[in-house]
Design a protein around this ligand. Structure first.
Ligand SMILES: Nc1nc2c(c(=O)[nH]1)N[C@H]1C(S)=C(S)[C@@H](COP(=O)(O)O)O[C@H]1N2
Ligand SMILES: [Mo]
Length: 189
């Protein structure tokens, strides 16, 4: 391990070259004609984006590290997508919007406080390392939250609901930490 990796790895993590595809259930089929992204809840202007509208949004490339709660990390992942903060701007969240729940094809969910979601490196991503995401890694759209364990990085995102109270996500209801900070090793709740 190079020195750089040692200081960049959170406690208890080991660097790997590739992310192993990891999810409950099966990889959903994607049809660009019927796919949409619903943004709703505590917002002034709920919206449903088509795949074309999503891909027309201004995108950024952001390099970050990816930490799975099971102990592996991938360093220097170049994600491409739209900032979640920019997506939120499209719908004008109300003052009551304290959290958002992210929902996926297949029923997986996760949720986060607004303060975590509005960070500039939190993306809804469709690209990785200069290519489109592979279906098993979440194409056409996955959440990326570099400062949290990867169970917050929901794949196949289909809706975002802004809420006043937090709705616990799939793994968070099953004993995994809701705060999920890899630097504090918040693995189990
Ligand atoms: N929809 C969905 N997203 C998901 C999961 C899942 O089961 N379903 N698993 C999460 C977990 S636990 C991890 S570690 C990462 C793995 O991402 P990868 O498959 O791209 O390596 O996806 C996250 N996103
Ligand atoms: Mo994970």
């Amino acid at each position: 391990m190079v020195e750089n990796e040692r200081t960049r790895l959170p406690p208890g993590q080991q660097a790997v070259e590739q992310m192993p595809p990891l999810h409950v259930g099966t990889v959903p089929r994607f049809d660009p004609e019927t796919w949409d992204l619903r943004i709703e809840g505590e917002v002034r202007e709920p919206r449903t984006l088509s795949y074309r509208e999503l891909r027309a949004l201004p995108s950024v490339i952001d390099m970050s590290d990816f930490h799975c709660v099971e102990g592996w990390s991938v360093l220097d992942v170049a994600w491409q997508g739209v900032r979640l903060a920019d997506v939120a701007d499209l719908v004008s969240p109300t003052e009551r919007a304290q959290f958002a729940t992210i929902g996926c094809d297949g029923g997986y969910t996760t949720s986060l406080p607004m303060s975590d979601l509005m960070r500039p490196d939190v993306l809804l991503a469709w690209g990785i390392d200069g290519e489109e995401l592979a279906p098993e890694h979440g194409f056409p759209l996955r959440l990326v939250v570099p400062h949290k364990y990867a169970y917050k990085a929901a794949k196949w995102v289909r809706w975002i609901r802004f809420t006043y109270e937090q709705e616990l996500g799939y793994w968070e209801q099953r004993g995994y930490s809701n705060s999920a900070d890899p630097w504090k090793e918040e693995r189990r709740s």
